[in-house]
Design a protein. Structure first.
Length: 140
């Protein structure tokens, strides 16, 4: 039998993790990939760090000028809480929704995945300036 030294910080961490489990309903703190969005010349480039995720576990869609990236980082091996010394990596499903400007060409989108980095390039198109339409008023 191993003797563990009690510290209030270990109790706090245990209580805090239990609270997080209840709040996230999945038992894990949500995984939220780091993302950059930049305009580079004639395109919008979205770069997302998602290492450890298989290509088949990633989905990229555009609907109504919103880029949606979904995926899942799967746990390789489960450990009991008592066997775990430290845990910083996050696992689970994620979904990022990124609003795009109106002047994008969804048909010309290109996505690549290399060394854990997803890059989505969305071409921009020349925005048509709004034009006024003259409407005749009829007398009744």
């Amino acid at each position: 039998m191993q003797i563990k030294t009690w510290t209030p910080f270990l109790e706090f961490e245990k209580d805090f993790r239990a609270w997080l489990d209840r709040m996230t309903e999945g038992g894990e703190f949500p995984f939220r990939p780091s993302t950059d969005v930049v305009q580079d010349g004639g395109q919008i480039v979205v770069t997302m760090e998602i290492p450890g995720i298989e290509l088949d576990d990633i989905s990229v869609t555009i609907l109504d000028d919103i880029l949606t990236v979904k995926g899942e980082r799967r746990v390789e091996r489960e450990f009991e809480e008592d066997d775990r010394y430290m845990r910083e990596r996050r696992f689970g499903r994620f979904e990022r929704r990124i609003p795009l400007p109106d002047a994008t060409d969804a048909k010309g989108v290109r996505a690549t995945y290399d060394k854990g980095v997803l890059t989505v390039s969305i071409p921009t198109i020349e925005a048509t300036p709004p034009t006024a339409t003259h409407i005749e008023i009829e007398a009744v």
